[in-house]
Design a protein around this ligand. Structure first.
Ligand SMILES: Cc1cc2nc3c(=O)[nH]c(=O)nc-3n(C[C@H](O)[C@H](O)[C@H](O)COP(=O)(O)O)c2cc1C
Length: 379
């Protein structure tokens, strides 16, 4: 490639300039201790990938223990997490890029919390075909506490030296569950109309913004990740036009970048929602001010894919590509794109600084390879 847009700089809404348009996508590496503390394996894993992009994002970190979706997930729920998070942030910033902590609450998806016997909550108490543990309706008091806990988690990220946080309003977790008409049947202020279903994600956003402003940190980056549609066969949580409306409300509050989560099996970076002739990225770019960069990704395996993704978006995330080759961007910068490795092998799995549980997760029967496969890793 002659001129690389991927390697050109990108300025976020708060004025922070990134050296390139790549992002290490948020990926849960299942390397934490059972209570969510950072381990050396995770520090090594992210240090090895600290050169992937201008933004280096952690896997999702739960802000309350009962929001933990999977054992080994990162936690940002208590002050004693800060020391470990500081080690992680330092490693992530070691190549001069910005370290972002993704924060979340699993809601009904909190299988990790269920295994620990914690109360699992959702907007509405109902059964879901894939959930085999009790789920209770979250109370209004619990909602108030949780909003405040998102703020506390943000303060800990600041104290740990992160350059920003990304709010996980996606991938079927609690913020999305509130917006989904399929899973939110509340009749109070937190459910009903589209605006009321958006009230919880917006309350979280406002609280996080309040904490950042109170800390007097104008350079602190606030990212927002969405799932652009939620369709479970006949059960529709929301269509893309609904999410465009929620996103307009979010943009009116203020975020520094928008990150569109597309699962790597159902969608690709240039996918279009049914009934639309524009890609997801084009639809969200059209409603987003030029000052707020839009990141897209999914099935970006090569520099050519990344350039193609930038036809419709400002930035592009690498997830599995960065698991396979932590030196993806270094090779691109050095003009050695042909040396980028794009397939995983069993040998390689154990030699690219992955936490053991993640590598194991990719080889165990009915494990990650069935859910979000790594190209090349067969039998
Ligand atoms: C092992 C693994 C863990 C993931 N964990 C998260 C996560 O913690 N938060 C999140 O928003 N997305 C998560 N994702 C989704 C990725 O960020 C990305 O959207 C998806 O893998 C598609 O991109 P890809 O085709 O480049 O892999 C995860 C993906 C993988 C492969």
């Amino acid at each position: 490639m002659t001129e690389s847009k991927v390697l050109s700089s990108l300025t976020l809404a708060n004025g922070v300039t990134l050296p390139n348009r790549l992002m290490l996508a948020p990926m849960c590496d299942i390397g934490s201790t059972p209570d969510g503390q950072v381990t050396q394996e995770q520090v090594d894993y992210l240090r090895a990938r600290a050169g992937i992009g201008g933004l280096i994002v952690t896997g999702y970190a739960f802000v309350q223990p009962n929001g933990s979706s999977i054992p080994g997930q990162l936690g940002d729920s208590k002050d004693s997490d800060i020391d470990g998070l500081r080690k992680l942030a330092t490693a992530m910033k070691s190549r001069g890029n910005k370290a972002i902590l993704q924060i979340c609450h699993g809601g009904r998806e909190a299988a990790g919390a269920a295994q620990q016997g914690l109360r699992v909550v959702a907007p509405t108490k109902m059964t879901f075909p894939w959930i085999n543990y009790p789920v209770e309706e979250i109370t209004t008091d619990e909602i108030t506490t949780l909003i405040s806990d998102f703020g506390k988690a943000t303060q800990r990220a600041i104290d740990a030296g992160f350059d920003g946080i990304e709010i996980h309003n996606c991938n079927h977790d609690l913020l999305q569950q509130f917006f989904s008409a399929y899973s939110n049947h509340r009749t109070d202020e937190w459910g009903g109309s589209l605006e009321k279903r958006a009230a919880f994600p917006l309350a979280v956003l406002k609280e996080v913004r309040r904490v950042i402003a109170a800390a007097n940190k104008p350079d602190f980056i606030l990212g927002w990740r969405i799932s652009p549609e939620e369709i479970h066969g006949e059960n529709v949580g929301y269509v893309v036009d609904d999410m465009l409306k929620e996103t307009k409300l979010v943009l009116a509050e203020g975020i520094d970048y928008l990150n569109i989560s597309l699962t790597g099996t159902q969608y690709r970076f240039d996918s279009k929602p049914a009934g639309h002739d524009q890609t997801f990225a084009q639809l969200f770019k059209a409603i987003t001010p030029d000052t707020v960069p839009v990141f897209i990704g999914s099935q970006v395996h090569t520099p050519e894919d990344a350039e193609a993704a930038l036809a419709d978006a400002d930035g592009v995330y690498l997830a599995r590509a960065a698991l396979i080759d932590p030196e993806f961007t270094d090779k691109l910068k050095a003009g050695k794109a042909e040396e980028i490795v794009t397939t995983m092998s069993k040998d390689r799995l154990n030699n690219v600084q992955l936490p053991k549980a993640l590598a194991y997760g990719y080889t165990m029967p009915h494990g990650l390879q069935e859910q979000i496969p790594l190209p090349g890793l067969t039998d």
